[in-house]
Design a protein around this ligand. Structure first.
Ligand code: 8YV
Length: 335
């Protein structure tokens, strides 16, 4: 039976989540995620009431131009730099994201990358798989850098940064952080973290984790000058966004031994990855999977669906999506 409202889903989602949407709306679900041209995206958003989109879908004024039917866009992610919030708000289109449900899983992954990069897990595995472990290994081969007992620096101390910090006490680490605004004392105490300015963070951190949102202000927040200030034995972890690190400068620093290692889940211009980074054995690279545990991705998809249904007027939260980014956009009347 045809329903009145139509929703476009830009990538395959969990069937049970799609089923909750399908109870209320007609669905058009893409069979794979892909980076669409602005023209393709504009065409996909024509004649739909709502859309579930992800990081590779840039929803700006051009994408929604002339689409008077579109009333809500639900982003699959806590970060929403792919959405032009001002343009959506000006058009009265509700925008939502998926905070909280991914905090712990993403913080776990920051630690996975930090430990893997510091202890050379990926390169050792590549070496073993290549059949090169034939005896005669030296006692001073495969030396990594320690994590326990060191100073952990965190740039960006929102929910995920705080969750990364809390895990550090199990490693007996001192935690320092930098954030535009200092956290309330009670939160600092709870995270056992001390605010420092950015220069002190770069100079004092034995290992540095980036967890800040991407925007004009954080573009290349870590470039050649910042990398130069870091310890040569440091590990840099980026689970935030590509573009926060100048990947070309990072590749040079890693190649020249000005930094011990890096663990990177995000890249400038992803899915493209700077070829210089791909060449380096001291870079642990993963394809933007920090939130990818089965439970968390399901929870993110469900929250995006709940947000969209509420924005389109369905369910107990009708008119009040749980993670509404632009409540000043009152929403358009149903057409
Ligand atoms: C991605 C993320 O959304 O939540 C975010 O901001 O970056 C991730 O959870 C997810 O990996 C899909 O790209």
């Amino acid at each position: 039976m045809s329903k009145q409202q139509r929703v476009w889903v830009s990538r395959p989602l969990f069937p049970e989540v799609l089923a909750t949407l399908a109870q209320h709306v007609d669905l058009c679900v893409e069979t794979k995620e892909s980076k669409r041209t602005p023209e393709q995206l504009h065409a996909k958003l024509a004649d739909v009431d709502g859309a579930i989109v992800g990081l590779s879908d840039r929803i700006d004024a051009a994408a929604i131009a002339g689409h008077h039917r579109l009333r809500a866009v639900a982003n699959l992610g806590v970060g929403y730099n792919n959405l032009d919030l001002a343009a959506l708000t000006a058009a009265g289109i509700i925008a939502t994201n998926t905070p909280d449900v991914l905090t712990q899983t993403t913080a776990d992954y920051a630690w996975a990358l930090l430990l893997a990069a510091a202890r050379r897990v990926s390169s050792a595995e590549r070496w073993l798989r290549a059949g090169r472990w034939r005896g005669g290994m030296r006692f001073d081969d495969w030396l990594g850098v320690d994590v326990h007992g060191k100073t952990l620096g965190i740039l960006g101390m929102g929910r995920i940064g705080q969750a990364v910090a809390r895990r550090a006490s199990g490693f007996d680490m001192r935690v320092i952080y930098h954030n535009r605004s200092r956290l309330p004392e009670a939160v600092e105490r709870d995270c056992r973290a001390t605010w420092v300015d950015k220069t002190a963070l770069l100079q004092q951190a034995d290992h540095l984790v980036l967890v800040l949102p991407y925007g004009a202000q954080s573009h290349h927040a870590i470039g050649a000058a910042e990398l130069d200030m870091m310890k040569r034995t440091a590990v840099l972890v980026n689970i935030a966004r590509g573009g926060i690190v100048d990947d070309a400068a990072l590749a040079v620093a890693l190649r020249d031994g000005r930094l011990a290692a890096a663990g990177l889940d995000v890249f400038e211009g992803e899915p493209a990855v700077n070829p210089a980074l791909r060449e380096l054995d001291n870079a642990v690279l993963s394809p933007h999977i920090a939130s990818a545990s089965a439970d968390t991705r399901r929870a993110m998809a469900q929250l995006a669906a709940d947000n969209l249904l509420a924005a389109l007027g369905f369910g107990p939260q009708a008119g009040h999506p749980p993670s509404w980014l632009n409540p000043e956009a009152r929403g358009r009347a149903c057409r």
